[in-house]
Design a protein around this ligand. Sequence first.
Ligand SMILES: Nc1ncnc2c1ncn2[C@@H]1O[C@H](COP(=O)(O)OP(=O)(O)OP(=O)(O)O)[C@@H](O)[C@H]1O
Ligand SMILES: [Mg+2]
Length: 222
Amino acid sequence: MIRADDLEVAFGRQAGSETLALGSLHLAAGERACVVGGSGSGKTTLLHVLAGIVSPTQGRVRHGETDLFALKEAARDRFRAEKIGYVFQTAQLLQGLSAMENVALAASLAGLGRADARSKAEAILKRVELGHRLDARPGTLSVGEQQRVGIARALVTKPAVVLADEPTASLDERRSAEVLDLLDEVVAEAGATLLLVTHEPRVRDRFERVLDLDDGPLEVDS
Ligand SMILES: Nc1ncnc2c1ncn2[C@@H]1O[C@H](COP(=O)(O)OP(=O)(O)OP(=O)(O)O)[C@@H](O)[C@H]1O
Ligand SMILES: [Mg+2]
């Protein structure tokens, strides 16, 4: 369950610096919703705040009983590693590690032992059809393949919350549908909450609940 209330983010410290009012958003455990809005409307910033990557200048984020910004930074990082799967708008893989090591690292950070982390990483990479590229460095993978590694990394811990920032933007129609099916499957298996940003009408159509940042700050019952 996510309860975000009255969120505002200010960038820069100087007077008159831009403030982004994101509003309030409550998602039940197991709920799926998508976020739409024009470029610069705050979609990525909203996901960053919900993940505890960016601190809001006003408002509060609770994941279940946990008040995210009441945690010290190290505790917040640990909470994110254990409970939140984040798919970045660009995959953001570590170039010095193989595909498998990138995914296994996320599992290790969430507390899994080395052997367990590697076998879970291998299994999820097979599910995104990258079983033949386990040892590949990210730089040798196509953009779409890198994005699938990023998705595997987000899902390897079966997190309670999945935040996905345009996860299918670099995939063709077939792969996009497959990746979204996989996201839905893993999210359903774990009873996880899914919040996904998209520009694509065919992705948006898969969601009953659509939050539009172009309509102004989010309201709880929107
Ligand atoms: N670190 C930052 N410093 C200053 N301004 C920022 C920073 N991060 C975001 N912004 C501004 O906040 C606004 C929202 O940015 P955000 O990245 O959330 O948009 P978005 O909806 O994800 O856009 P896109 O569809 O292009 O990805 C933009 O005006 C952006 O310039
Ligand atoms: Mg964005």
